[in-house]
Each structure stands twice: as structure tokens, then as C-alpha cells.
Design a protein around this ligand. Structure first.
Ligand code: AMP
Ligand code: MG
Length: 389
């Protein structure tokens, strides 16, 4: 059986980029930037006040200062500051000619148009023209996932048509006769389809497009029809369930009938051993395990990095080393195992976890840790890698 690292390499070696498109900067949240962005202006565009206060000359600080003008943000100063003069200036307003400092209001006392400086400011409180950014300075790097703070930069430099990588369309199929959709109450022997919706969320969180196909009955015919439709309409297809050893688990066989060339159908990993992967031409197909925790983790370990790669970003999960808060043991060490954990007072604790069907375990966890093949215990205080999920 292949290891999870080998499975990762097989999946990722098939990755290619889907191309680029332009979107409005207001619609670019969560997309991957496909070019470097440069500034078309200096920032700040003029010498401006960093404080509400009084613009004056440093050499006059010991003297009473006469207020000659009020300068709100957006107004061009009209007067030059001369000896023992100042202007009442607001944050963001242009510094008047002659002034070389702004004394913040808190350090002054004012009496009928005359200002007394009580304490000399530590800084001159002026943001100088071009000190943050010059014309042509690179302000954002190609390959970032666009967040709100990046949109602020787009706005500031007037980059309103954003070049982003195209998003893969991901078709999602749940399999199983026991499944009912969440709005229905399951009868005895039925369960609600949680994987389908978990996968929709995981796909969308990556910034890709989730297309939910539905629940396939446990028959080769219905599974084949849904897989064929999903492959026609998407760049990638995710199925859950039907990949274990039961009599109704024929997903790998149906995938082959639908033209998928299977690269692997088992990984030495826990949870998620029966995870299946293959390609139908340039389209990707994953048969994920039916248990929600397994499906979640295999998506995180294999599908997520692939989706990011298709969108032009080399994905690396945030990985932080922290000490284990208690001793942790397992009996069987023939597979790499992943466990949900919580972090408390800078230490790592496994969450109460009853196995791969225990959906709730993930919803309260801060991340996952893993134990490599052959490793049976983690000692209290031992450093572990916490992977953010
Ligand atoms: P299977 O591999 O199809 O036998 O599924 C393994 C386990 O996962 C079974 O207990 C299924 O009932 C459960 N399961 C399969 N699909 C889903 C789903 N979409 N949502 C929640 N549980 C599921
Ligand atoms: Mg099933």
C-alpha cells in the first residue's frame, strides 16, 4: 500500500493551471492573484499629518503659538506657517508650508487662538510623501489568496480589474441508500447526508466552485449516470462512500467504467485508507471514504492542495510545533494516523474522538496532528506538528 506522501505526489504531479481571467476588484475576495500588482501613485501622495494637532516649526515649541488656519483632511492649506504660528490640523490633512512638525492635541493647551505646547512630541508626526510606496513599487505578489486587506491595496493603487486564476468546477456526489438530505428526518436505518455539504463547504473555502450533483443510490447504474454527468460538467469530481470492502461498495469499479484510470485505491493512512484517485483524461476524480471525519481529512490532505495548485498557488498548510499536554498512545502503528486536537495554554490535547464517524470531534478541534508509521506513543511534553485545518 502506498503512503500518504506518495499519494500526495501522485495527485499533485497531475496538476496543471486552468488559465486566468479578469474580475472586478470588488468580486476578487478568495481568488488567487495571477500577476504582481504595482502602484501607480506615491503613498502617501503628499506630506500629511499623522495626528490631530497643531502643525508648527520645531524651533518655536517653547513659545505660545498663534493659530492661523484650520486644515481638515481634504483641504489644501492656504497659509504659510511663520515664526510662532501654527495651524490646527487633522489626521490625513496636508502639512502647510513652513511647518516641520505636528504636536498632537493631547500635548497642548489652547486658550483663545493661542496654543501652548506642554510636552515636546517624540516624533514629528508627519507621514512623508512616498515613504510607504513609490510609483512602480510592487505592492502585492502574484499567487496570494485575496483577502480584504489586499482589496484595500487594489483600491489604493487603482487596480480595479484584477487578473486571477480560473476556479476549478468541482462536482460532488454522495453515495449510499441510507442517506437522506438534511431537511428530511431520517427513519430508522437512515442517516443524513453530511459529507455532501461538508465537501461543498471545503471546496468553497478553497475558492473553487462547488456543483452538488446529489445522492447516488447504491446501484452501479445510478452511480455511473451521476459520475458521467459530473465528469462532463466539471474539472474534478468528488464522491464519498462506496469505497470500502462491503457488497455495495463499487465506486472504484464504476469510475473505471466511466473512463477513470485509477492511480490508487488504498493509502496506508488512518482515517481514510480506501481513498481512491484517478484521472479521466485531464479531469480528476476522488472516491473519498464515507465516514465524515475520513472524508474531511482526505480532502484536506489531498484534494485541497490540488485545488490550490490548479488555481496557481502552491498550498502549504500552516504547521506549528507545540508540546503535547498528555501522553498519547495507539496500539496499531501500520498506518500514518491523524488525530483532531485542541490547544490549551500552549499545549496540545487530543479531542475526545470515537473514530471516523464522529463528526462532532472535528467541529471543536483547532487542528490535527499525526503519528508516522511505526510510532506508537507521543510522550507528554514531546513537540508535535499541529496542522491547521
Ligand atoms: P461506506 O464506505 O459507503 O460503507 O460508508 C462508510 C460509513 O460512512 C457508513 O456508516 C455510511 O453510512 C457513512 N456515510 C457514507 N456516506 C455518508 C454521508 N454522505 N454522510 C454521512 N455519513 C456517510
Ligand atoms: Mg455506502
Amino acid at each position: 500500500m502506498i503512503t500518504i506522501e506518495q499519494a500526495y505526489d501522485i495527485v499533485l504531479k497531475n496538476a496543471y493551471q486552468l488559465g486566468t481571467e479578469k474580475v472586478s476588484f470588488t468580486d476578487s475576495l478568495g481568488r488567487i492573484l495571477a500577476e504582481d500588482v504595482h502602484s501607480d501613485i506615491e503613498m502617501p501622495p503628499f506630506d500629511k499629518s499623522a495626528m490631530d494637532g497643531y502643525a508648527c516649526r520645531k524651533e518655536d515649541l517653547d513659545n505660545p503659538l498663534e493659530i492661523v488656519e484650520v486644515i481638515p483632511a481634504g483641504k489644501t492649506p492656504e497659509k504659510k506657517i511663520g515664526k510662532n504660528q501654527c495651524a490646527n490640523i487633522m489626521t490625513g490633512a496636508p502639512i502647510p508650508e513652513g511647518a516641520d512638525m505636528v504636536v498632537q492635541v493631547e500635548l497642548t493647551e489652547t486658550d483663545d487662538h493661542v496654543v501652548k505646547v506642554l510636552e515636546v512630541p517624540k516624533k514629528d508626526n508627519i507621514s512623508y510623501q512616498g515613504e510607504d510606496v513609490k510609483v512602480g513599487t510592487k505592492v502585492l505578489d502574484k499567487g496570494i489568496k485575496i483577502e480584504a486587506q489586499h482589496i484595500a491595496v487594489f483600491a489604493a493603487v487603482g487596480y480595479t480589474d484584477v487578473l486571477v486564476y480560473k476556479q476549478p468546477n468541482v462536482g460532488i456526489i454522495s453515495t449510499g441508500d441510507e442517506l437522506v438530505e438534511p431537511q428530511n428526518k431520517p427513519s430508522v436505518s437512515q442517516i443524513r447526508n453530511s459529507n455532501g455539504y461538508q465537501l461543498i463547504g471545503q471546496v468553497k473555502a478553497c475558492g473553487a466552485i462547488a456543483n452538488y450533483i446529489g445522492i447516488a443510490e447504491d446501484t452501479p447504474e445510478d452511480t455511473f449516470n451521476k459520475v458521467s454527468k459530473a465528469l462532463r460538467e466539471n474539472d474534478m469530481v468528488l464522491l464519498t462512500g462506496g469505497v470500502s470492502m462491503g457488497s455495495f461498495d463499487f465506486v472504484p469499479k464504476v469510475l473505471e467504467d466511466a473512463g477513470v484510470k485509477i492511480d490508487f485505491d488504498a493509502i496506508a493512512v488512518k482515517p481514510g485508507k480506501p481513498t481512491t484517485f484517478g484521472m479521466a483524461g485531464k479531469k480528476f476524480c476522488f472516491g473519498l471514504p464515507g465516514n465524515p471525519v475520513s472524508s474531511f481529512m482526505q480532502f484536506d490532505l489531498l484534494v485541497k492542495p490540488l485545488i490550490y495548485n490548479l488555481m496557481g498557488q502552491e498550498y502549504k498548510a500552516l504547521d506549528i510545533q507545540m508540546p503535547m499536554g498528555i501522553e498519547f498512545k495507539r496500539r496499531n502503528a501500520d498506518r500514518r494516523a491523524y488525530f483532531p486536537i485542541i490547544i490549551e495554554n500552549g499545549q496540545v490535547f487530543p479531542v475526545d474522538y470515537h473514530g471516523s464517524a464522529h463528526i462532532h470531534a472535528l467541529s471543536s478541534s483547532h487542528g490535527i496532528i499525526s503519528m508516522e508509521i511505526g510510532k506508537k506513543e507521543i510522550k507528554k511534553g514531546e513537540m508535535v506538528h499541529v496542522r491547521q485545518i
